[in-house]
Ligand binder design. Structure first.
Ligand code: P6P
Length: 327
């Protein structure tokens, strides 16, 4: 029996016995088409003269890479063409864009996360989040908690191009078959191991961390001689999509916590289109995601581009961090 394609997966009954809603299937397939296009652009790199700076900055005050802008334009054009997106918001744009009045969904995305890795040929990715459109019901329809997401996922552009997706009934993965461009299911019901020996954090920020984070990492570094009684390994790709993909694939814990470098900033990563979609995937896969006080999916957003402290992954590790944040 051959593995289903993305289209077949979307048409098959889910846990609730029903196929995905038609408009949601249309959207997910359109996102996969855009990811295929972005993957092609990323893979051509210098050959297509798409590397390097775009010479512009984004709302985050960050320099935009050419591929950031190309990926953003591709996803915005897709959002308009589907007819099922009421409005779309991007890391690369100050304000959300109204798209199709009375359409059922809001789309949020980081078009190309990990931009600092683009020019050095390290894995990067597209992250997306789908919320129900509540246009007319509230002044700020985007400011819904991550629990409201109807779908979330990412596409990692690495040795394989893999789309990882949840519609709220588990996490599945599809790998793009280069000769045909077809998305073929390669993982069903991804589960994060509760235990791990791998942590993922940018250690150069150690002197700036809050005490509970420092205590947790010190425990990991103490290895089998310390309270954890086991040795840990460290990974930091500086591309959230790649680090989270590893954690979904074999376990681990990822931290980008608040630190003292800019005390007024809750963290580096953005809640709406990085932390929330990744947290839904992680929870759906049996892991946890915590901001130092709350489960990230319970954080009530107040701004489209707000940042958040992120600690997510294997359940046992996040619960250790929760304990250390309570003492
Ligand atoms: P640092 C990429 O720019 C990103 O937003 C995430 O993908 C990644 O985890 C993080 O920033 C890396 O940050 O400070 O280690 O360069």
């Amino acid at each position: 029996m051959t593995a289903p394609t993305l289209r077949e997966y979307l048409a098959n009954p889910k846990a609730d016995g029903n196929p995905a809603p038609r408009e949601l299937s249309v959207l997910i397939e359109a996102i996969s088409d855009s990811c295929r296009t972005i993957s092609y652009l990323v893979s051509r790199g210098a050959l297509a003269d798409v590397l390097g700076s775009a010479g512009t900055g984004n709302v985050q005050g960050e320099e935009q890479k050419q591929l950031d802008v190309l990926a953003n334009d591709e996803l915005m054009a897709m959002a308009k063409a589907t007819g099922v997106i009421a409005a779309a918001a991007s890391e690369e744009e100050d304000d959300a864009r109204p798209i199709t009045p009375d359409a059922p969904y809001l789309l949020l995305f980081d078009p190309l996360d990990g931009s600092s890795n683009i020019d050095v040929n390290v894995s990067i990715g597209t992250i997306f989040s789908v919320l129900p459109a509540k246009a007319g019901e509230c002044a700020a329809p985007f400011l819904q908690t991550g629990r409201n997401q109807v779908a979330a996922g990412y596409c990692v552009y690495g040795p394989q191009t893999t789309l990882v997706l949840t519609l709220g009934s588990g996490v599945v993965a599809f790998t793009m078959d280069p000769p045909t461009g077809q998305w073929v299911q390669t993982s069903a019901m991804i589960g994060i191991p509760e235990k791990t020996k791998e942590f993922s954090i940018n250690m150069s920020n150690m002197r700036h961390w809050a005490d509970p984070v420092r205590a947790y990492i010190d425990e990991c570094l103490a290895g089998e001689t310390g309270v954890r009684a086991k040795n840990f390994n460290m990974r930091w790709i500086a591309s959230m999509v790649a680090d989270v993909h590893r954690i979904l694939s074999r376990g681990g814990v990822f931290l980008y916590p608040w630190d003292k470098r800019d005390p007024g900033k809750p963290g580096k990563l953005r809640l709406m289109y990085e932390a929330n979609p990744m947290s839904l995937l992680v929870e759906q896969a049996g892991g946890k995601s915590f901001d130092g006080k709350l489960q990230i999916l319970d954080v009530q957003p107040t701004d489209l581009h707000q940042r958040v402290s992120v600690m997510l992954g294997s359940k046992e590790e996040v619960e250790r961090l929760e304990l250390l944040h309570r003492v």
